[in-house]
Design a protein around this ligand. Structure first.
Ligand SMILES: Nc1ncnc2c1ncn2[C@@H]1O[C@H](COP(=O)(O)OP(=O)(O)OP(=O)(O)O)[C@@H](O)[C@H]1O
Ligand SMILES: [Mg+2]
Length: 228
């Protein structure tokens, strides 16, 4: 299962934010999207997820054009998406956040993830809104990985998460990659990027300024573009 995006242009109203970005992700790969604040990382991910219409360009999934497919339709095709903010239903319990969208409440789906993140299992009956910001991110990460989608797109999954849980998140992503799943991950934490990324695009002002396999770029070169 592969996603290819070609010369994506999009924005808000008359404001163009993404100015012709191309890339792809193949089975077992994780593409990291990095760059300073406000350069358009979340906007690109929203467009790939179908939350924001394209002004021009195309998105294909296994060779089929899905450029105009809505968010729910892309999810049905196996493309999961976790936005940067408002990632949980605060009035619902942690358990309802994990199972509400599913047809069954089988615990097996989350068993391996609960072993990695025991905190969530102990909080199942707690209101999700009472979790800390980092714990909410962990909950949304777990919900998305539990879908076992062929492609998961995550917007800054480690924001506010404790270092030891960030390491476990990287391990969980790498386990899914080993099974052939792919990821597109917007991320500011370069430690996490180096743990999961097979390739990287660095954005600035809505354009790609650096794009290569992670091993070819290396962390120092990425850091140079992150300096304000
Ligand atoms: N809903 C919106 N309406 C209008 N402009 C928006 C909207 N969302 C984002 N923008 C603008 O688009 C530009 C890119 O924002 P975006 O959220 O994609 O950046 P980002 O790289 O994800 O930033 P951060 O690292 O802070 O998450 C910014 O100038 C932002 O103000
Ligand atoms: Mg963002």
């Amino acid at each position: 299962m592969s996603m290819v995006f070609d010369k994506i242009v999009c924005g808000y109203g008359d404001t163009v934010v993404i100015r012709g970005i191309s890339g792809d992700v193949q089975p077992g790969e994780a593409l990291a999207v990095v760059g300073r604040n406000g350069v358009g990382k979340s906007t690109l991910l929203k467009a790939l997820a179908g939350q924001l219409p394209l002004t021009s360009g195309a998105v294909t999934w296994n060779g089929s054009d899905i450029s105009t497919n809505a968010l729910y339709s892309r999810l049905g095709l196996g493309i999961a998406y976790t936005p940067q903010d408002n990632v949980v239903f605060g009035e619902l319990s942690v358990a309802d956040n994990l199972w509400l969208h599913l047809n069954d409440r089988k615990p097996e789906r989350y068993q391996a993830l609960f072993e990695q993140f025991p905190l969530l299992q102990t909080r199942l009956s707690q209101r999700a809104g009472s979790l800390s910001g980092g714990e909410r991110k962990l909950l949304s990460f777990t919900r998305t990985l539990g879908l076992q989608a062929p492609l998961a797109m995550l917007d800054e999954p480690t924001e506010g998460v404790q270092p030891e849980n960030i390491e476990r998140m990287a391990a969980a992503v790498n386990q899914r990659k080993a099974k052939g799943a792919s990821f597109i991950i917007v991320e500011q934490n370069l430690e996490f990027v180096s743990a999961i990324a097979t390739k990287v695009v660095v954005l600035d002002h809505g354009e790609v300024v650096l794009q290569d396999p992670y091993t070819a770029i290396g962390r120092e070169q990425i850091e140079r573009h992150m300096v304000v």
